[in-house]
Design a protein around this ligand. Structure first.
Ligand code: SF4
Length: 278
């Protein structure tokens, strides 16, 4: 299926939710266990050294604060229909506060936009305990430790990939993924290609507002009925289609230069909402 196409009938209705819209308890527990695993991870020696060095030395303006200095787990609504994927924690943002996109200029942009779209309860995100909650949304990253120069290496990306894969497995209600920046876009595309999903090939080039429909492989019983016994690796239990929406990252490099404006960013979230459940 090519980029920009929509499946007939639109996104599937979320399943696996309790009647009150809450996520099942087992999912909450599994996400909590994943969080505990992530925050104790030391798989990438270079990134462990860097995140801890930044946390010790600090930026002068935050000298009186205790930096988190550990991997930053994803956070949000366990019943999320929208998954937001960034690149990696910022050295003095999430690596300081311990929550994705919290405490830096990119986060200021992101949470203001999410709040305008009704996807976050507050427009400011300053600390892990500031009371902000996400609505139907989960925020995560391709790599969970702050990398020098915002550039994780290929082996570090590979080391961290299972954590994002696990979130994708657990967040069964997700129907829309917004990738912030080309790095996250390509990473998500590679993950679904690795799961034998129907992913456009060649991969469409990254551009702001690009939409790519991703379709799950057929169930083994359906394949067998069609005389095509084969792979069902990575098939999520309930979703059979997702839409990946690509957006410029709200980095200062993009927002200061006008590459990304607030109206452009608002259109991404409005489109995500239109693609999500009614
Ligand atoms: S980047 Fe990911 S895999 Fe590497 S140490 Fe951090 S949490 Fe672990």
């Amino acid at each position: 299926m090519s980029a920009g196409e929509r499946r007939p009938g639109g996104p599937a209705r979320p399943r696996g939710r309790a009647a009150d819209g809450a996520a099942p308890e087992a999912r909450r527990r599994a996400l909590s266990e994943l969080r505990d695993t992530v925050v104790n991870c030391r798989r990438c020696p270079r990134l462990v050294r860097w995140r801890e060095k930044v946390a010790r030395e600090k930026r002068a303006s935050f000298a009186d604060q205790d930096y988190w200095g550990r991997p930053v787990p994803g956070f949000g609504d366990p019943a999320a229909w929208l998954l937001v994927v960034g690149l990696a924690p910022a050295a003095h943002g999430a690596n300081r506060t311990g929550r994705m996109f919290t405490g830096d200029r990119s986060g200021d942009w992101l949470f203001r936009a999410l709040h305008r779209a009704g996807l976050a309860t507050r427009a400011e995100s300053t600390a892990r305990d500031d009371g902000l909650e996400l609505v139907g949304t989960w925020i995560t990253a391709s790599v969970r430790c702050a990398p020098p120069g915002n550039r994780p290496g290929p082996s570090e990306r590979a080391n961290c990939r299972p954590y994002l894969e696990r979130e994708i497995d657990l967040l069964e209600d997700v129907r829309v993924i917004v990738a912030l920046g080309g790095y996250a876009y390509r990473h998500v595309m590679r993950i679904f290609r690795g799961r034998a999903w129907d992913v456009p090939s060649p991969m469409p080039g990254f551009e702001h507002g690009l939409e790519v429909e991703l379709a799950a492989p057929a169930r083994p019983d359906a394949r067998a009925a069609a005389g095509q016994p084969g792979r069902a690796k990575g098939r999520r239990p309930s979703a059979d289609a997702l839409t990946l929406v690509a957006s410029y990252h709200p980095s200062q490099q993009n927002t200061f230069t006008g590459t990304l404006t607030e109206p452009m960013f608002d259109r991404i979230w409005a489109r995500a909402r239109a693609l999500g459940p009614a």
